[in-house]
Design a protein around this ligand. Structure first.
Ligand code: NAP
Ligand code: SF4
Length: 691
């Protein structure tokens, strides 16, 4: 079986080696060795195109190398200009820039391998020069690609080989070639994007010729002692996608062409199935890797929603993979592996799969990537929590996301922090989010903050209402006001009717919800509430069978693309729910770029009606009286749940100001409009970094 060559781990006495024996077993590749089985997967960060991007990438990757991973794979680098807009590697001068990355990683830890991903986005390149086997425009592409001629194909092959040679010159330990996701190589494989009739199209042997030839040419260019990884589309989720026997034969062919490792990838970007969002169960796709692993001899990498060491250990112990890729979890916590090794898992800042600061930024206009739970990610050269010479006495009022971030960053820097909240537990709005089916990962963020508050010696005063005069009397040097928000109550007749329920009461189950429901407001919280009150049975986020049924995935039989093609079954309860907003736009436009469509789709499948252009007139025993696009309409409902946004809670700040106490505002108390945890944590962390 692949990946069986293992040396004894040098750190056998550390708790993590006992607890995660499969994770901390080195992997011998013959000419080189990976020190453990966790690697940082490839992720485009936006730094590739940023000013001082190479210096910033060097710091970003080096921090992950110091954090203990065995191998780092960079974000995608283009082999030529038609492959995509952004960072390209095709000349020795460009290789010199990449040296900054490889040197930084090897200096950080000579045992960590740094591998560069070669990315050719094919029809998804945002340039009119984009190329593909056939002129088939992707649903999510910007241009119809130019059909490659035979000469054009040879040029692309040369460019791949040259890029790999330049990567070697730049000091990388290897390259990964991405053959999935709807990028160039995968469009040769699939019939609907490859309409050619020459030796590069038609029967399967011809369609797989290009990816295999890329690997053969890359291997030829770099010689034997260089890691070559092929990222295979192991379940593309396309109607008419790859059949299982095609995937197996491709795996065998790239193996024969010289890869050292095969990495499984799931889903084309255009496929309507979530594969990494927080609603996807942990390690949901690892079994597919495990099935393919039985057919190959080289080691295999699996990925997707593997965010804690125990999940990685279980996957490896089951024999589903030889290596586990964690990309977003390394944004969330660069020290994840070291913490696992030292038995400090409770300190891991876990990736919650929200995509809000990472993939939503990549796909939402090429903004620089960071992380909701760790704003330092990709900001390593500009945001640092340096120790202070003389600690101040700081009171942080409010233990929601902003207050928790402020308290822990300040304490980490050496300040004496007292964290005060009127609630009996920390978390603020996170305590609402964790109750929404599909958002169970928020429990991890709460566990992380609870641990850090304790370990950093933050004095915690729960069930305590902060009082301005008392704070002044205690003589704090600074007070950080993170008192959050209060839900907005729209000023319409009947808003105090018994059938009106504020969203907090709905989420906490404090008030009964009827069978016919109107949800007033369709922001993130309106959608969350609709999810909660229409849900039935087990959450798909914690049950792979339920998840598979909800999204029409057939893990067992693996039909073409891995999808059944029949309309998926979504469990729903008996409620009739209408989600509404005043704006004329389509509902859900403000939701995350990469996840909003999943929420819309789930609710539509559950029969939730979505109505825009609503004017609320009054609420009475008959229901909610409105006009919709000017036409009178009565929604005969038993319950109206109000999710109409929030306003800041600032009275404490005003009182402190009046008493002359130095105070600053963070999070919702600072600005409630369009506030989310990403902005709250980022703002609070940056403020405390400067204190
Ligand atoms: P929000 O996203 O700002 O949405 C507020 C909703 O209330 C809008 O649909 C708005 O639509 C409506 N509204 C505003 N003023 C109103 C008024 N006076 N009367 C009636 N309706 C009114 O706020 P939220 O839903 O409370 O969410 C708060 C924050 O948490 C947001 O930033 C959100 O992104 C974040 N969050 C995100 C997620 C996620 O999945 N990513 C989940 C939960 C929360 P109209 O003005 O058109 O009526
Ligand atoms: Fe994970 Fe969310 Fe951070 Fe992205 S932004 S790395 S999904 S926690």
């Amino acid at each position: 079986m692949s990946g069986s060559t293992a040396a004894t781990a040098p750190t056998a006495s550390l708790p993590g080696v006992q607890r995660y024996p499969h994770v901390f077993r080195p992997l011998d590749l013959g000419f080189t060795r990976l020190k453990n089985r966790i690697l940082m997967g490839s992720m485009h960060t936006g730094l590739e195109e940023a000013e001082h991007g190479f210096e910033r990438m060097a710091a970003y990757y080096a921090e992950r190398a110091r954090g203990g991973v065995g191998m780092v794979i960079t974000g995608g680098i283009y082999p030529n200009t038609e492959a995509g807009r952004g960072s390209k590697l095709s000349t020795p001068a460009e290789a010199a820039d990449h040296r900054k990355i490889t040197s930084a990683v090897h200096d950080a830890d000579p045992d960590v391998k740094i591998v560069m991903q070669i990315l050719h986005t094919g029809p998804l390149a945002r340039t009119p020069d984009c190329v593909a086997p056939s002129p088939v425009k992707s649903r999510i592409g910007s241009h119809t690609p130019n059909e490659l001629t035979e000469e054009g194909i040879q040029k692309q092959l040369d460019d791949f080989a040259n890029c790999a040679a330049m990567a070697k010159l730049a000091g990388y330990d290897g390259v990964e070639v991405i053959g999935s996701a709807g990028y160039l190589l995968s469009t040769f494989l699939v019939q609907k994007t490859n309409l050619r009739t020459d030796r590069w199209g038609g029967p399967w042997e011809n369609r797989m010729r290009f990816p295999v030839e890329v690997i053969r040419r890359v291997r030829e260019a770099v010689g034997p002692d260089f890691i070559v990884i092929f990222r295979i589309s192991a379940m593309d989720m396309l109607d008419g996608g790859l059949a299982w026997d095609e995937i197996v034969s491709l795996g065998k062919a790239v193996e024969a062409a010289g890869v050292n490792i095969v990495s499984t990838h799931f889903c084309w970007h255009e496929a309507p199935v979530p594969t990494i969002a927080t609603m996807v169960p942990r390690a949901a796709f690892a079994s597919v890797t495990g099935r393919l692993r039985k057919h190959l001899t080289v080691p295999m990498i699996t990925s997707n929603r593997i965010n804690m060491p125990q999940v990685a250990e279980d996957v490896l112990a089951r024999g589903d993979a030889d290596l586990v890729s964690m990309a977003r979890p390394m944004l969330a916590d660069p020290d994840l592996v070291n913490k696992a090794l030292a038995g400090r898992e409770d300190e891991i800042n876990t990736c919650i799969g929200c995509n809000q600061a990472c993939l939503d930024h990549t796909f939402g206009g090429n903004k620089q990537v960071s992380c909701l739970v760790n704003p330092r990610a990709c900001n390593e050269t500009v945001l640092n929590y340096l120790p202070v010479q003389r600690g101040k006495r700081i009171a942080v009022v409010g233990a929601g996301p902003a207050g928790l971030a402020a308290a822990t960053v300040a304490a980490q820097r050496g300040h004496q922090v007292t964290l005060i909240d009127s609630a009996v537990e920390i978390g603020g709005q996170f305590n609402l989010a964790k109750r929404i089916p599909g958002k169970e990962e928020f429990y991890e963020t709460l566990r992380y903050f609870r641990t850090m508050v304790d370990k950093l010696g933050v004095t915690l005063r729960l069930a305590t209402r902060a009082d301005a005069a008392a704070l002044k009397a205690e003589g704090f040097d600074e007070v950080v006001v993170a008192t959050g928000i209060q839900p907005r109550t729209p000023d319409i007749p009947g808003i105090d009717h018994a059938k009106v329920v504020p969203y907090i009461d709905a989420i906490l189950g404090r008030k009964p919800i009827g069978r016919r429901v109107a949800i007033m407001g369709a922001g993130g919280i309106g959608f969350d509430v609709a999810e909660l009150i229409t849900h039935a049975g087990t959450s798909g986020a914690v049950d792979i069978d339920v998840f598979a049924k909800e999204w029409g995935i057939d893990f067992k039989n693996h039909p073409r693309g891995g999808v059944t093609g029949v309309v998926p079954q979504v469990a729903k309860n008996e409620r009739q729910v209408t989600l509404m907003q005043r704006k004329a736009d389509a509902l859900g436009k403000t939701l995350g770029r990469t996840t909003g469509w999943t929420h819309r789709m789930v609710l539509q499948r559950r029969g939730v009606a979505m109505v825009a252009g609503v004017d609320y007139l009054k609420i009475d025993d008959a229901g909610l009286h409105t006009t919709v696009n000017g036409e009178p309409r009565l929604f005969e409902v038993d319950t109206v749940i109000v999710c109409a946004g929030q306003t800041p809670l600032r009275s404490l700040f005003d009182e402190l100001q009046a008493l002359g106490v130095k105070a600053s505002l963070v999070g919702g108390a600072f600005e409630a409009a369009e506030l989310d945890a990403k902005r709250a944590i980022d703002q609070a962390s940056r403020l405390m970094a400067e204190l």
